[in-house]
Design a protein around this ligand. Structure first.
Ligand code: COA
Ligand code: ZN
Length: 310
């Protein structure tokens, strides 16, 4: 076990979560939620996507959201960018980091961005040029890195071949996305070990979904392997609109609870985070899957009542 004490959490709810909601969340509400999340101590956000408004209508207000977020010191606002047009718009909006993304399998990439993997990778070159000119770094993301709803198991080599192309563009950080919650502790171990051997200089971030109830088990496995960067969404919002059955990122407040109980530090206030999750629940009008937002931290005192529970 080699647990590192300082953990970075990237809050992806405003992108991965909001994109899934049926009703358009008013821009004002999005900004209120993001600003409240900043007050919890979170500093890294995937704040929106500069994608086609036809593909993801929920995020059509990307530029306005970026413009109106409360820019405290140390804040890093990242946004998903699928193509050069998105990169131009993201640069104009003043984003801090552009996230280029591609799926590990052809069929998922096709249903997500209507392109072959090779076409997506080729497009990253122009995105990288735009980023370099604007002085904005790129981050890479590989979707369905631990399994694909259409093609099943994903070999670590498949992910590795994509990471190699990303590295050639100067990318130093790559997120492995478990888009439909197919990761398991052995696949987490196998894929990260393979990538670490092949690309020791690349920092890996882990993005797990709780689709099958073991999101935090996978986090725990990755923590034990020494990984320090995790993506999660407030209340467990989210999924991927093009992947059948993809519900629920790991909830940020559940992740923070685990991190704190392990004696690790992520600089986030759990009580404030729980309040934020409740605000999000109100804003979207349905119950969120997060669990610690319901029960509270384990040492929260409850009034004693005269009944017995089963
Ligand atoms: N921002 C805004 N508009 C964009 C855009 C972008 N980044 N990229 C394309 N468009 C517009 C084009 O201008 C064009 O509009 P027009 O018909 O009015 O001229 C239209 O979208 C179609 O463009 P095209 O290049 O043919 O794209 P496409 O239809 O093949 O769609 C993507 C490809 C990548 C743009 C689109 O599928 C997309 O944005 N997907 C996002 C997927 C995503 O975010 N998934 C979540 C991750 S799990
Ligand atoms: Zn996700």
């Amino acid at each position: 076990m080699s647990l590192s004490s300082k953990i970075t959490i990237v809050e992806v709810g405003p992108r991965d979560g909001f994109q899934m909601e049926r009703e358009f969340i008013p821009t004002e509400t999005k900004i209120e939620i993001i600003n409240k999340l900043i007050q919890t101590g979170l500093r890294n956000f995937e704040v929106t996507s500069f994608v086609s408004p036809m593909a993801i209508p929920q995020l059509r207000d990307a530029a306005e959201v970026v413009a109106r977020v409360n820019r405290v010191p140390g804040l890093c606002l990242a946004a998903l960018v699928p193509n050069p047009k998105g990169a131009e718009n993201a640069a104009k909006a003043g984003i801090d980091e552009m996230v280029v993304f591609v799926s590990a399998t052809e069929s998922h990439n096709k249903s997500n961005v209507n392109r072959k993997i090779a076409e997506s990778l080729k497009g990253f070159e122009s995105v990288a040029e735009i980023g370099a000119k604007a002085g904005i770094p790129l981050h890479g993301a590989v979707a369905v890195a631990f399994g694909c709803p259409f093609e099943g198991n994903v070999a670590p080599e498949q992910v590795g071949n994509i990471v190699e192309r990303m590295r050639a563009l100067g990318i130093t950080g790559v997120t492995l996305g478990d888009t439909t919650g197919m990761a398991t502790p052995p696949t987490v171990r196998q894929t990260t070990r393979y990538l670490k051997d092949r690309f020791p200089e690349i920092e890996l971030a882990l993005h797990f979904h709780n689709t099958r109830g073991i999101g935090l088990v996978n986090v725990y496995e990755a923590l034990q392997l020494g990984y320090q960067r995790f993506e999660s969404s407030i209340g467990g919002l989210g999924g991927c609109p093009f992947a059948p059955g993809a519900t629920g990122n790991v909830a940020t407040e559940d992740l923070v609870y685990l991190i704190k109980e392990l004696g690790l530090d992520c600089g986030v206030d759990l009580e404030k985070l729980i309040d934020s999750a409740k605000l999000v629940e109100q804003a979207i009008g349905r119950t969120l899957p997060g669990q610690v937002m319901k029960a509270g931290p384990r040492l929260r005192p409850y009034p004693r009542q005269n009944h017995t529970a089963a």
